[in-house]
Design a protein around this ligand. Structure first.
Ligand code: CMP
Length: 136
């Protein structure tokens, strides 16, 4: 039975800065995920703090919010079969040094902070994160 889902993907400042946007988008497309919406934006630290508020008790929260607001990002709605999980598999582990071969973070990630991409971790969070950036 088919299970078409949508999920949110962010190409983070480190990857935008290194002109990796098209290469990363092609990985999604080649692996069956459609890019339904895409926009390049530069958010404020307050917006980043709101987006990542689930991490507000973590020691890395302040640096994380500073980082996501430090330069342009590309936010996308990806759609496809089991898109939440499919995107997470394509991204690889949070820390690039633990990410499986040929995943986006393995190929392009620099550090746990500059790990090139974010993806929703559940269907419910995907809905909230899509609403956050696309207000739909
Ligand atoms: P992301 O998937 O965007 O979700 C939260 C981000 O926090 C994560 O990717 C990492 O870039 C960042 N981060 C920094 N330090 C840590 C840590 N110790 N554990 C998890 N995430 C971290």
């Amino acid at each position: 039975m088919s299970n078409t889902e949508q999920t949110l993907s962010i190409i983070k400042p480190d990857a935008v800065e290194r002109n990796l946007v098209e290469e990363i988008k092609n990985i999604f497309i080649k692996n069956g995920l459609k890019i339904k919406e895409s926009k390049k934006i530069h958010i404020t630290k307050d917006e980043a703090s709101e987006f990542y508020k689930v991490h507000q008790s973590k020691p890395f929260y302040n640096d994380l919010c500073s980082y996501l607001s430090s330069g342009p990002i590309v936010v996308m709605i990806l759609e496809g079969e089991n898109a939440v999980l499919a995107n997470r598999k394509l991204m690889g582990a949070t820390n690039p040094k633990d990410a499986e071969a040929d995943t986006i973070r393995n190929l392009f990630g620099i550090s746990i902070d500059k790990n090139s991409v974010h993806g929703s971790d559940s269907k419910n969070n995907a809905k909230q994160e899509i609403e956050f950036f696309f207000k739909i």
